[in-house]
Design a protein around this ligand. Structure first.
Ligand SMILES: NC(=O)c1ccc[n+]([C@@H]2O[C@H](COP(=O)([O-])OP(=O)(O)OC[C@H]3O[C@@H](n4cnc5c(N)ncnc54)[C@H](O)[C@@H]3O)[C@@H](O)[C@H]2O)c1
Length: 434
């Protein structure tokens, strides 16, 4: 491999269908992969594999709208790598989705699945549509047509979609039904994140927040921080942040600050997360919660805590607020909440960052359990699922921790080293076909 190929992002790796001057999220991914190259030893000869998705399908999704006109939407399914098993990753409905974004998300799924050692490759899908502008019938037609179009490459043994931004259990049920109708047989294992009544798994809804809690407690143990009385701040009080906060409180920690899209709240004695979950369910956000004082949104990032959990959106910890953060551990519940520049600032401040590819992998782990249960048509209890989830998350954390200590690199780089080695080892063992 030439040294030019190892520089970031290498010209030769850039496909003709991307804009060389603005690679978007795919460019970020390429830079992350380049950072790992020096740690891969002889496996680095396969590194170029990770810089090219294995397969990209771009589809036209035409539907008849309720007003009788025909609308066309652009859809994608990208299979980044399937060396370790079938592709696995969500489907995102958003008007701004791009091919570059879906490519990057599919690659991060390869890394996440390998980092927690579930036997999947990485894939991702998306449709450029704002689902809020569609009626329920239009949403169903978009979903069914898209599923038929990507039916060429998805399947229980080839590529298994799941929910992501703006997709949910109902959409997974429609995808499963469409694929099954086309196959002439019910195929529950073609998607995960389904309703329980259609082969969904107990514990899936809580899995990501629970995983955040498990790796957060593991990280605390490593730095000698007691969870009893630990001060926690959480950005995002939805599925991931709400569940994680509640589990930390149950374990004796104090959730002292919460921020969501309706504002920020603060209670130095620790707020009642069960009451806050109820408030959010009724009011749609944390704003107006009487068990805490309102806080300025910028101040949220300056509160002194022991553990900070970004569990809302990407790019929330930036060059602007990273230097003001006073915490010991950051557990990334969200995907991509920390910019690369902020990462370096946090590293210099000695803050331990548990990266998203490990911290929020609880969701895909229980998706894997759902798929296994569907294949065997035998369903586990919630306790069994939670115990297995905890084991997978702990093992993943420990493997990454060890590589981080051995190489004196951040947990993020260590997670990429662990994952890329697993993927490329599989590549090497399989050999190059033909
Ligand atoms: N749900 C999963 O299984 C899962 C798995 C892996 C990663 N994630 C990631 O976790 C993050 C949260 O996902 P979720 O499922 O909890 O979503 P959600 O919709 O349930 O909750 C999102 C939360 O973010 C808050 N939020 C939105 N805009 C905000 C803003 N501008 N400022 C502050 N807060 C804001 C919302 O108020 C809400 O509390 C996303 O990055 C998602 O990709 C989720």
């Amino acid at each position: 491999m030439s040294s030019q190929l190892q520089s970031s992002p290498s010209a030769q790796s850039i496909p003709s269908y991307l804009n060389r001057d603005d690679l978007g999220p795919w460019g970020n991914y390429l830079r992350q992969v380049d950072r790992v190259a020096p740690y891969l030893g002889s496996l680095s000869r396969w590194l170029e594999t990770l810089k090219r998705p294995k397969r990209i399908l771009v589809v036209d999704v035409p539907i008849e709208l309720d007003n009788g006109t025909v609308a066309h939407f652009e859809g994608y399914r990208v299979q980044h790598n399937v060396s370790r098993g079938p592709g696995k990753g969500g489907v995102r409905y958003h008007q701004d989705v791009t091919l570059s974004e879906v490519m990057a998300l599919s690659a991060w799924m390869s890394v996440k699945n390998a980092a927690v050692n579930v036997p999947y490759g990485g894939a991702k899908g998306g449709i450029r549509v704002d689902p809020r502008t569609l009626s329920r019938g239009e949403l169903e037609r978009v979903t069914r047509r898209y599923t038929s179009e990507i039916g060429l490459i998805i399947g229980p043994n080839t590529d298994i979609p799941a929910p992501d931004v703006n997709t949910n259990e109902q959409i997974m049920a429609w995808m499963m039904d469409t694929y099954s109708m086309n196959q002439g047989q019910t195929a529950t294992g073609v998607v995960t994140g389904k309703p329980i009544s259609l082969g969904g798994s107990l514990g899936r809804r809580e899995a990501t927040g629970r995983g955040v809690f498990v790796v957060g407690t593991e990280a605390a143990r490593r730095v000698g921080l007691s969870i009893e009385g630990a001060r926690i701040a959480v950005q995002g009080f939805g599925n991931v942040g709400g569940i994680a906060a509640h589990l930390f409180e149950e374990a004796g920690a104090k959730v002292i600050a919460v921020q969501d899209h309706t504002g920020s709240i603060f209670n130095p004695k620790g707020l009642d997360t069960a009451a806050l979950l109820e408030h959010v369910a009724k009011q749609g956000g944390v704003g107006g919660f009487t068990g805490a004082d309102p806080l300025n949104n910028d101040e949220f990032w300056t509160i002194e805590t022991d553990i900070l959990i970004p569990a809302a959106l990407e790019n929330q910890i930036t060059e602007k607020n990273a230097s003001k953060i006073k915490t010991k551990i950051i557990v990334e519940g969200a995907n991509g909440p920390t910019t690369t520049a902020a990462d370096d600032i946090l590293h210099d401040k000695g803050i331990l960052v548990i990266p998203d590819v490990v911290a929020n992998a609880g969701g895909v782990t229980v998706s894997y359990f759902e798929w296994v249960q569907d294949f065997s048509s035998f369903f586990w209890t919630e306790d069994e699922i939670n115990q297995r989830l905890e084991r997978v998350m702990r093992e993943a954390f420990n493997a990454v921790w060890q590589v981080s200590s051995e190489n004196q690199v951040s947990m993020r780089t260590a997670a990429f080293i662990v994952a890329c080695k697993r993927i490329l080892m599989a590549r090497e063992m399989r050999g190059l076909y033909p």
